[in-house]
Design a binder for this molecule. Structure first.
Ligand code: AMP
Ligand code: MG
Length: 340
C-alpha cells in the first residue's frame, strides 16, 4: 500500500500509531510519513513534539484535532539550520545575531514571514509573522534533514495536559491519534523553548524557556521587553504584538443569507439566500471540519481582500475542530476599537 493511502485524513478516525526506534530505519520511516502529510511525534531537546509538514494545511489541521485544542494558536516551525529559516522569515541583523548564537538549541525566534513563504496560513494562525526554531536534538535534526520540509510541532500532549518528555508519555496521551512515535529516550531540557519576537527595534520575550533571559540580554546589550505570561504565553493584551489575525471586514456568524455588499463563507451544502455575494468561498463542501480548518485562514484573507464590507459565515458545527473554527470566527466577529 502506498504511504499516502495509509494516512487517515479524518480526525475522528483512529490511527495505527507506529512505535519507531531512533535508528536509521525508524528515522527514515518518520520522515516518509511526515512528507506524506502524516503526524509524527519525535524528541527535541525540550519536550516531545507532535510534528506535521508546516506547508500542508490539512496535516497541520490534524495537529489541532489530535491535541483537541479549542483554539488555533500559532505553531513553532522547526528547520534544520539558519539558511532554511531565512527561506521562511525575514531576519534583520539582530535576529540573525540571536539565531547564530542560540541555534541549534531551545530557542524560538518570531520574525516577519516572507511574503512567498510556502508555510500554510493555519500554521501561523493567519499571522504575518512566523515562529522558527532549529532544535539541537540529534534525532530531531536527522528527521528535519531527511524530510526536507519545515515541520510544525507543538508539544505532543492533549490540550491542558503536561508536556511529554518520553515516548511513553506521548503514547499515554495520544496513542491512536497520530501515525508514529519515534522513541529517542527522555528529553533533557524538559522545559519549552525560550521565545523571542524580533520586529525591528521591538525585541520581546514572549515565553521564558530553555535559554535564560539573561543570556539573550547579555548578547543584545539591553533588557528585553517582557510579555506577561498568560498561561499559554500567547501575547493577548491590546497594543502588544498582534497575536490574532482579524480581518478588516466585519464578520457575521450563523448567516443563512447574504446582505448587499457582503462576501460569503460557506460550509457544507447550504445555499445562502439574499444578495449576490461580492466573493464567495466554501470551507468544505463535504462538511469536513479538518478540511475546513485547513482552509480557514486563507479563505478569510481572500474574502477580506475582496473589499466586502462584511463576511457572512454559514453555521459551522461546534464539535471537534469546529470548536476552534468557531472560536476564531467569533473573535473576528467581536467589535474592535476603531470599527463600527
Ligand atoms: P507550543 O505550541 O506549546 O510550542 O507554543 C507555541 C508558542 O509560540 C505559543 O506561545 C505561541 O503563541 C507562540 N508563537 C508561535 N508563533 C507565533 C507568532 N507568529 N507570533 C507570536 N507568537 C507565536
Ligand atoms: Mg504545550
Amino acid at each position: 500500500m502506498a504511504v499516502k493511502d495509509e494516512i487517515h485524513t479524518l480526525a475522528d478516525q483512529r490511527r495505527n500509531t507506529e512505535r519507531l526506534m531512533a535508528d536509521d530505519a525508524g528515522v527514515s520511516r518518520a520522515a516518509e510519513l511526515l512528507s506524506h502529510g502524516g503526524l509524527v511525534s519525535f524528541p527535541t531537546e525540550t519536550v516531545y513534539g507532535l510534528g506535521a509538514d508546516a506547508t500542508d494545511a490539512t496535516a497541520v489541521a490534524q495537529i489541532f484535532a489530535a491535541k483537541e485544542r479549542p483554539s488555533f494558536n500559532p505553531l513553532i516551525v522547526h528547520v534544520p539550520d539558519v539558511a532554511a529559516a531565512q527561506k521562511l522569515g525575514r531576519f534583520d541583523d539582530q535576529a540573525l545575531l540571536l539565531a547564530r548564537t542560540f541555534w541549534p538549541g531551545p530557542f524560538t525566534l518570531v520574525v516577519p514571514a516572507l511574503p512567498d513563504s510556502p508555510v500554510a496560513a493555519l500554521t501561523s494562525a493567519g499571522l504575518d509573522s512566523i515562529a522558527l526554531r532549529v532544535p539541537s536534538h540529534p534525532v530531531a535534526r536527522r528527521i528535519l534533514a531527511m524530510s526536507g520540509k519545515p515541520i510544525a510541532a507543538p508539544s505532543a500532549n492533549r490540550s491542558g495536559r503536561i508536556s511529554p518528555t518520553t515516548a511513553a508519555h506521548v503514547l499515554a496521551d495520544l496513542d491512536g491519534r497520530l501515525d508514529a512515535v519515534l522513541d529517542g529516550g527522555a528529553t533533557n531540557v524538559g522545559v519549552e523553548s525560550t521565545i523571542v519576537a524580533c520586529h525591528g527595534e521591538d525585541i520581546r520575550l514572549l515565553r521564558p524557556g530553555g535559554i535564560p533571559r539573561e543570556a539573550v540580554e547579555a548578547l543584545l546589550g539591553h533588557k528585553l521587553i517582557s510579555v506577561a505570561d498568560t498561561g499559554d504565553a500567547a501575547p493577548r493584551a491590546p497594543g502588544m504584538l498582534a497575536s490574532h489575525y482579524a480581518p478588516a471586514a466585519g464578520v457575521r456568524l450563523d448567516a443563512v443569507d447574504v446582505r448587499p455588499g457582503e462576501a460569503w463563507l460557506g460550509f457544507g451544502g447550504l445555499q445562502p439566500g439574499g444578495a449576490e455575494p461580492v466573493m464567495s468561498r466554501n470551507l468544505s463542501a463535504e462538511a469536513d471540519l479538518v478540511a475546513a480548518a485547513a482552509a480557514l485562514f486563507s479563505a478569510l484573507h481572500a474574502l477580506d481582500a475582496s473589499g466586502a464590507r462584511s463576511i457572512a459565515v454559514a453555521p459551522i458545527p461546534k464539535t471537534g475542530l469546529g470548536e476552534a473554527i468557531n472560536d476564531r470566527l467569533s473573535r473576528a466577529a467581536a467589535p474592535r476599537p476603531g470599527k463600527a
